[in-house]
Design a protein around this ligand. Sequence first.
Ligand SMILES: *Cc1c(COP(=O)(O)O)cnc(C)c1O
Length: 426
Amino acid sequence: MGVAVETEELALLGGPKTVVDDDPDLLAWPIVTDEDRQALLAVLDQPGSCSDWDITLELEREWGEFLGTRYNLGYPNGTMALQAAWFAVGIGRGDEVVCPAMTYWATVTPALMLGAVPVFADIEPDTLCLDPNDVERRVTDRTKAIAVTHVWGHPASLDPLLDIARRHDLKVIEDCSHAQGSAYRGRKCGSIGDVSACSMMARKSLAAGEAGMLSTNQREVYERAVLYSHYERHASDLTIPELQAQGGLPFGGVKGRMAQFCAAVGRVQLKHFPARSAEIRAAVDRFFDLIADVPGLRPHRIAEPDSSMGGWFYPHALYDPEALGGLPVGRFIQAVRAEGAWISPTASFCLHQAPLFTTGDIFHDGRPTALANAGRDGAVEPPALPVTEALAGRALRVPWFKHDRPEAIARHAAAYRKVAAQAHRL
Ligand SMILES: *Cc1c(COP(=O)(O)O)cnc(C)c1O
């Protein structure tokens, strides 16, 4: 569908807007119907249900069927699911763990709190996920695990990462908070490493409210996750004698039960998720196809036939100001917004430079916790991560269409095309 507006005056300079129709549910998420409302009210109306876990067990079972994982455990949020995942694979004092700096903090902070030493590695310029070559360079004889985030739904390069893990006897933790339903070479992300965790908070592509889920195919990993925070299930779910003997109180010191309101909504959302995420993929691909030849914008997506971006998570394009005559990203955003199209800058993720990991002294050791965990003195030298650092100001959130409406999507694409075509005038 062609929308020929590229030669019209830019809206920012007084010309007509490109996106004029009011279509509020084009981007709205989650999609809520009476089915969600009824599921929610049923929890409220069922005596004792608010703090029970029978509905959560159903969500866990259905999530396992969706993902292809045998053991699945619900949490109040993705952060706690990640905490439990790190504990579950046995990470503890002095262990080195290789992590991306380009991720949400909760991928990495639990390792620090368990006494481990985060070692940050760089990302690949196309996937924006961990670069296996850089990971391998950072592995030492103290390394115990690799954590990967499938950034913005793009599967990480798991085959080479799993190969490194096999050769060095490392655990692999997948943070799937952006990648529910994403696939890597025919397998669902979150079913491939030793353990996975994901957020199901309302802004993620599977939106249950505030919730998280841990998944694994290994019984011992599951039971350690139960030991961490699901004390109410210790009696029923701990079967390994050494873990059974330790049960009773949560080893994480926290209570990890998912709210059943969220579990109930999550079940309805999951039921519709395959169809809705297929429509999202069609819509976002349609948009990216329409801007594929626009200079200065490179879609962050996967082309491999047996891999997928799931339900996406804020689709991104990588911005190259040089291709647009040096147009600053802020001005590009301003001009696209003036056209009535949706666009947003993204926060930069440079966890390796954050005070928590460089100078933070959480436990009053008199030195940064990251060094105390390593048993060393001195100062933390953040590694140089050129690809991660170069991303700041270059990643743009483009519309996360929830409906495949060709006319509306073409209008949005036309707005981007118009601004790029007239970048020299800005
Ligand atoms: C959202 C998110 C989390 C944390 O999940 P919460 O449910 O907000 O606690 C962890 N990792 C990544 C990559 C996320 O995007």
